[in-house]
Design a protein around this ligand. Structure first.
Ligand code: A2P
Length: 319
């Protein structure tokens, strides 16, 4: 039932994890207790999400209570765009580890291919000229010194991954990328799987909460609600599941992990329960046919406002 995905370092990562982007720090403590009680063991965060502290707080509370061991957990966090410069990689991971109150993370990902730097007017601007190979060397060093078990990338294109694969000592072990029925990224997934790189889908439900989350900024508009697609509601009835479960199952059944975000106990439970049923080949194909290619991408990175977030704690609203 594809409950775990094996990374090239031999570690098994639970195929369903809890996504925490858009989860406020305030919601996170309650949500974490609930998630751990429900059986979540894989947690995905990032320094940019500004919720590492409550996540770490609850994980440590459970470990201190003897209710869970560190080796049962799989914790991922990410290097922010402001950390895409020589000498900044390890300090950022150390800051995340301090927030999480952990000695190591299970996976550290480069959050996105671009950096953020200051221009002559001291304005934070997106930097598309980052030296990925130089940054990757510092990522590799983090594995050597045991601060993370695995390293990977997030939001990288096939070309960017291919070039890294050619020029690395330790291959990226995982790619995290937006992936759902509208944006299935088949070629990218095939490439990664062919190179021993696991894939984890972020926004696996198509981020139905995105517009509300960003309403104050106006950078993401008219997000389609995939959960209302007729094919999904029809299948949901037929399998006696929810549209969200059908969508997550479709991705998991292709061997791709999912990290749906939820802070509601009911929906967290629902999202975890996608390993105990199977879609028929015919239904898998029907769902695969919903793919809209690049126009199906919902989070549209390039149109977003980039706000600097450095370890000194400037607020950020970036994914
Ligand atoms: P909530 O936290 O209130 O459950 P994605 O992971 O694709 O970004 O989707 C996350 C969004 O989808 C959040 O707004 C979340 O809201 C909502 N969501 C999560 N799980 C479900 C579900 N099973 N059914 C409907 N909506 C869900």
């Amino acid at each position: 039932n594809r409950a775990t995905l094996e990374l090239s370092n031999g570690v098994k990562m639970p195929a369903v994890g809890l996504g925490t982007w858009q989860a406020t720090s305030g919601d996170m403590t309650t949500a974490m207790h609930e998630a751990l009680s429900l059986g979540y063991r894989h947690f995905d965060t990032a320094i940019l999400y500004e919720n590492e502290r409550p996540i770490g707080g609850v994980l440590n509370y459970w470990m201190e209570q003897g209710r869970i061991r560190r080796d049962e957990l799989f914790v991922t966090t990410k290097l922010p765009p402001t950390g895409m410069y020589p000498g900044k990689v390890e300090p950022y991971l150390r800051k995340s580890l301090e927030n999480l109150m952990l000695d190591y993370v299970d996976m550290y990902l480069v959050h996105c291919p671009n950096g953020i730097k200051r221009d002559e007017e001291n304005t934070a601007v997106e930097d598309t000229q980052v030296d990925h190979v130089a940054i990757w060397k510092e990522m590799e060093a983090l594995v050597d010194c045991g601060l993370t078990k695995a390293i990977g990338i997030s939001n990288f294109s096939l070309e960017q991954i291919a070039s890294l694969v050619k020029n690395c000592r330790i291959r990226p072990m995982n790619l995290q990328t937006e992936l759902h029925v509208y944006f299935q990224q088949k070629e990218l997934v095939e490439f990664c799987h062919g190179h021993g790189i696991t894939v984890v889908a972020c926004s696996p439900l198509g981020s139905p909460g995105l517009t509300a989350f960003y309403s104050g900024y106006g950078v993401v508009k008219n997000v389609p609600n995939l959960l209302e697609l007729p094919l999904l509601t029809e299948m949901a009835k037929r399998y006696d599941r929810t549209a969200a479960q059908i969508m997550l199952r479709h991705t998991v059944q292709k061997g791709v992990g999912v990290i749906p975000k939820s802070t509601s106990p009911k929906r967290m439970k629902e999202n975890l329960e996608v390993l105990d049923f199977e879609l028929t080949t015919e239904d898998m194909e029907k769902l695969s046919a919903l793919d809209m290619g690049t126009s199906g991408q919902i989070t549209k990175w390039e149109s977003w406002t980039w706000v600097e977030n450095d370890p000194s704690g400037t607020p950020s609203h970036h994914a």
